[in-house]
Design a protein around this ligand. Structure first.
Ligand SMILES: [Zn+2]
Length: 123
C-alpha cells in the first residue's frame, strides 16, 4: 500500500499542489509527504495525513481511493507484449512503481518526488 501510495504521489503530486492551495491555502500535507519520501523516513503518517487533507478539501477519493487507477508494472499485462525496441520510462527514484509508455513525441513526465523526468529503459 505504501509503495502504491508513493506511486500516486509521484504521478499526481504536482496536481495535488494547486488543488490543496486553492482549497486550504497551502500544500503542507503534500510537502510533508514528499519530504518523508525523499528523505527515506517512514512515510505512512504523512501519507495518511495527505489522504485526509485531500478528502477534507473536497476530493472524495483522497490519496488511497485514487490508487485504483495506479498500475503496478509487476502485475500489469501488456509490457511483455510490447514491440521490441519500444521504450519504457521508469521513475528515476526507483522507489515507486510508476511507469510510462510514450504515446507520441514530447518530454517524459516528471517524478514529483525527485523532480526529475522519468528515465528511459529499452525493453
Ligand atoms: Zn517516482
Amino acid at each position: 500500500m505504501t509503495k502504491a501510495a508513493t506511486t500516486a504521489v509521484c504521478e499526481r503530486g504536482e496536481r495535488y499542489r494547486p488543488f490543496l492551495v486553492s482549497r486550504v491555502g497551502n500544500a503542507d500535507p503534500l510537502d510533508r509527504a514528499l519530504d518523508a519520501l525523499r528523505t527515506g523516513a517512514d512515510p505512512v503518517a504523512a501519507l495518511d495525513e495527505l489522504d485526509a487533507a485531500l478528502q477534507a478539501s473536497g476530493d472524495p477519493q483522497g490519496l488511497y481511493g485514487a490508487l485504483r487507477g495506479v498500475r503496478d508494472p509487476s502485475t500489469a499485462t501488456g509490457i511483455e507484449s510490447s514491440v521490441p525496441g519500444e521504450s519504457l520510462y521508469l521513475c528515476p527514484t526507483e522507489r515507486c512503481s510508476r511507469y510510462w509508455l510514450p504515446d507520441g513525441p514530447g518530454p517524459a513526465p516528471q517524478c514529483a518526488l525527485s523532480e526529475a523526468p522519468l528515465r528511459r529503459r529499452k525493453l
